[in-house]
Ligand binder design. Structure first.
Ligand code: SAH
Length: 339
């Protein structure tokens, strides 16, 4: 077990279980997340016997940073895990703060046709500590605070649901990384039962849905998950989610030339989501050498955008970071492992 797997509550339970006091959880959280110790021997205010027990029960190790690609406002990190697997995280420097995109799994089973990550099937879920320490290590490299987190790297976060929720509890905790829930976003391809469960999660984390097509026929072709959870079920569960949480959701829509970017599709999209409290984020496709999809040209992107605007939807076109440094999902890992 790794110490960065534990939420504050779990840490309190641990100290009680070993016959010690709850308040050590406060102290330990502060050593891990405020003082950022690199070894258990740096801890000075907890009794030796307890530290010995702690050291025999938990590892304090982080990931191994193997490669960083740097650009003006973006850095891409490649980490090696204990079992030799690789994952990526991307740091984006915005004027409002530093945002990090983290991975949630090794590989991904969702099989979206346009996505590089899915070319490698899921090997395993990331444990909570492997998600938490992506952030710790990036802050260490950056020497600045990470203010925003998006779970949009490799993997389907709702296919690793329990570890994901613990990750949120740790990074949101005031004595943890204290990242405000509204500064955290999780993106899913649409695992309907998990969206329903997530509507009961107490933290006000933003939800983004990878939509990419406005009807089942097209969505089935590019996102196999749609055959399991078709659009009708997806939209229904989002209605419940919105009703329960009173929040706003984001739809991500990658524009793929000649595939999903026509004016007809824009009209259909407006009809599909027009009644929901939502943003639509149009994403210029990040082309990869291994896949045949191409990005829509700017004229087509603007036509699509205008139609949604005319239908009074909240639309933005995603600012692009890192197309020079293979920052599209899964590209850096693919290069490393020459898939
Ligand atoms: N599995 C989750 C999160 C990871 S993918 C999900 O599907 O939402 C994060 C986002 O990046 C998704 O919207 C995905 O469709 C998009 N994406 C994947 N490959 C891309 C590429 N080459 N260019 C732009 N966006 C891409």
């Amino acid at each position: 077990m790794n110490i960065y797997n534990l939420t504050r509550d779990e840490m309190e339970q641990y100290f009680l279980k070993i016959g010690s006091k709850k308040f050590h959880a406060d102290q330990l959280f502060s050593w891990l997340y405020e003082k950022r110790i690199s070894s258990i021997s740096d801890i000075t205010n907890i009794k030796k016997e307890i530290l010995q027990q702690l050291a025999s029960d938990y590892s304090f190790s982080k990931l191994r940073l193997v490669q960083v690609e740097r650009d003006v406002d973006v850095c891409k990190y490649l980490f090696e895990l204990n079992d030799g697997e690789h994952i990526e995280a991307v740091l984006m420097m915005h004027d409002y703060g530093n945002s990090v995109c983290i991975s949630s799994q090794v590989g991904c089973n969702m099989g979206c046709r346009f996505c590089e990550s899915g070319r490698r099937k899921k090997v395993r879920n990331l444990e909570t500590w492997e998600m938490v320490t992506q952030l710790l290590m990036i802050e260490e490299d950056l020497k600045k605070r990470v203010s925003h987190v998006v779970v949009m790297g490799i993997g389907e976060p709702f296919d690793n649901y329990d570890n994901l929720l613990k990750f949120f509890l740790i990074i949101n905790h005031p004595k943890g990384l204290a990242i405000g829930a509204r500064h955290i976003t999780v993106s899913t391809c649409g695992i309907v039962p998990k969206i329903l469960e997530f509507s009961n999660f107490p933290l006000q984390i933003n939800l983004a849905i990878s939509l990419h097509a406005p009807n089942d026929e097209l969505r089935n072709q590019i996102m196999p998950i749609n055959k399991v959870y078709p659009l009708k079920e997806l939209i229904q569960v989002l209605e419940i989610y919105l009703e329960k949480t009173n929040r706003r959701i984001t739809f991500e829509y990658i524009l793929l030339a000649g595939v999903n970017d026509t004016e007809e599709y824009a009209v259909e999209l407006a009809k599909l989501v027009g009644h929901l409290n939502c943003y639509i984020n149009l994403i210029p496709y990040n082309e990869t050498n291994n896949l045949e999809f191409r990005r829509s040209n700017t004229v087509q992107i603007m036509k699509f955008y205008d139609i949604l605007k005319k239908n009074r939807l909240n639309v933005t076109i995603r600012r692009e970071f890192g197309s020079k440094i293979s920052a599209a999902c899964g590209q850096l890992r693919s290069k490393k492992e020459e898939l």
